[in-house]
Write a protein that binds this ligand. Sequence first.
Ligand SMILES: Nc1ncnc2c1ncn2[C@@H]1O[C@H](COP(=O)(O)OP(=O)(O)OP(=O)(O)O)[C@@H](O)[C@H]1O
Ligand SMILES: CC(C)(CO)[C@@H](O)C(=O)[O-]
Ligand code: BAL
Length: 286
Amino acid sequence: MSQPAALPLPVARSVASLRQTVADWRKAGLRIGFVPTMGALHAGHLSLVERAKERADRVVVSIFVNPTQFGPSEDFSKYPRQEASDAARLAAFGVDLLYSPSVAEMYPAGAATTVSVGIVTERLEGVFRPTHFDGVATVVAKLLNQVQPHVAVFGEKDYQQLLVVKRLVSDLDIDSEIVPGPTVREADGLAMSSRNAYLSDEDRAIAASLPATLNFVATQLRSGVDAAPILEAGRIRLMKAGFREVQYLDLADASTLAPLERADRPARLLVAALVGATRLIDNMAV
Ligand SMILES: Nc1ncnc2c1ncn2[C@@H]1O[C@H](COP(=O)(O)OP(=O)(O)OP(=O)(O)O)[C@@H](O)[C@H]1O
Ligand SMILES: CC(C)(CO)[C@@H](O)C(=O)[O-]
Ligand code: BAL
C-alpha cells in the first residue's frame, strides 16, 4: 500500500499529539500563536500568519473544513481541499505546526455540546446562515481549548465572525488574546477568499464591483447623511453590475452590529451578495 507523501512541516492529526507539542513549548516558556483556517490558503491567510509570528515564538495553523458551520444546501462537499500545497506554503512561511484533524477526531461519536453566542449572531450572516455561527463558535471554542494559544488571529474579512469570537472568548473566560487582521485584497479590490476559486471569468469581473460599491457607499456615509437611500442606491448598483441577489448591504455599529440610520459613531458597512452560484461577503469601516 502506498504511503501518503510526507508534509514539509510537522503535522498533528490528533488532539493528543497537538497537546504534546504545545505543552513542550509552554514548558520552555515560549509564546504560542494560532491561526485557524479551512485551508485553500491565499495571501489573506498568510497575512494572519505574519501577524501571529510577530506576536509569538511558535505558530500553529489549523486546517479543518468544519461541517457544522455549513448549512444543508451549502458547499461543504465542494469546498476546496488542497492540504499538500497548503502545507508547502505554511512551511515556506516558517509555520511551526500544522494541525489538521479529521471530522471524527473533532466530533467523536456521542459529541453533544454546542456553543451558541447570542445577539451579535442574530443579524446579517445569522439571517441567511441560521446555523452557521453555532458551528463556528463550537469549533473555535474547541480549537482554542485544544491549542491554548497566547494569541489567535482572525481576519476582518469575516467581520461578524471576528466579533462573535471576541464575545465567545470574553464570555467563556478563554485565556487567549484575539487579534484582528485587515482584509487583504486583489489588485482590483476584491477581498481574497477561498471561495473566489468558484468564480467563472465573467463572474470574477462582476465581483470586482463589490468593493467598488462598498467604497462608493462608505464615502457618502462618512458625511453622516441618512443611510437608507444610499444603501438602496448601492444595492441597485450591485444588481446592475450583474449580481444575482444582494442579501444585505447594511450599516451597523462597529462593535455590536446594531443597525444604524447614519454613521454617527464608529460604523461598519457589511455586504453579502450572490454572483452566479457563489456567495461573497465583504465589509468596510465607515
Ligand atoms: N482576504 C482576507 N484577508 C484577511 N484575512 C482573511 C481573508 N480571507 C479570509 N481571511 C481570514 O482567514 C481565516 C480563515 O478563513 P477561511 O479559511 O474561511 O478563508 P476564506 O478565504 O474566508 O474562505 P471562505 O471563502 O470560506 O470565506 C479567517 O479568520 C478569515 O477571516
Ligand atoms: C474560524 C474558522 C476556521 C472556524 O471553522 C472558519 O470559520 C474560518 O475559516 O473563517
Ligand atoms: N470564512 C468563514 C467561514 C465560512 O464561510 O464558513
